[in-house]
Write a protein that binds this ligand. Sequence first.
Ligand code: TYD
Length: 219
Amino acid sequence: MSGGRFITLEGGEGSGKSTQARRLADLLRESGHDVVLTREPGGSPGAELARAALLSGAIRPYGVEAEAVMFAAARLDHVEHTIRPALMAGKWVICDRFTDSTRVYQGAVGQVPDALLRGLEHATAAHARPDLTLILDLSPDIGLARASARAQGAQADRFEGEGLAFHRAVRAAFLEIAQADPARCVVVDAQGNAETVAQRIRSAVLSRLPEARRARVPA
Ligand code: TYD
């Protein structure tokens, strides 16, 4: 049995997940926890190779099912080489996107058949279930504006380049997941500045995982 805790951050483009994942990692480290901050797709050398192929759009011509399989291949490597070893060592793992992103982008929006996705999720993440999932909720109009300001003229990636209807569907699908699994998921309002959102996340984490508060043992 693992001693660590596994927290995932999910949400649409520009919802501030990466910034908030970093801040949460800092907060937990200040409380004396050993923290591994990671992301998907990616998070291990093999999975980072898959990330480049997925986000460049190189897999897109092969269809949504091929993309789902490639996300799963990346996840398998990431769970095996990064997430599981950290949890087994008693560390706290914070992951920027995980299985809910597949359920939303490939499943609810991409229409990949449920049976395939369930099989892939079981094969990749049966032994890496998040203790807590923070769903950062933001209107896609604001999220896409934030994401394009951040990109500073760089080309949108495979998923950022989709239209507003796609991103609205993404938002709705994340909210549905949260509604269906309230024991694991907390919806966090991602509107406002980074400090405000960080405070919302801090309250959610402390209320769901009170052991996050553990004070550093004085030397
Ligand atoms: P990334 O550059 O990490 O963007 P973000 O800041 O939005 O997280 O891009 C990851 C993209 O990959 C994002 O658009 C969602 C998509 N994705 C999937 O479609 N399925 C998945 O399983 C994962 C993990 C990500």
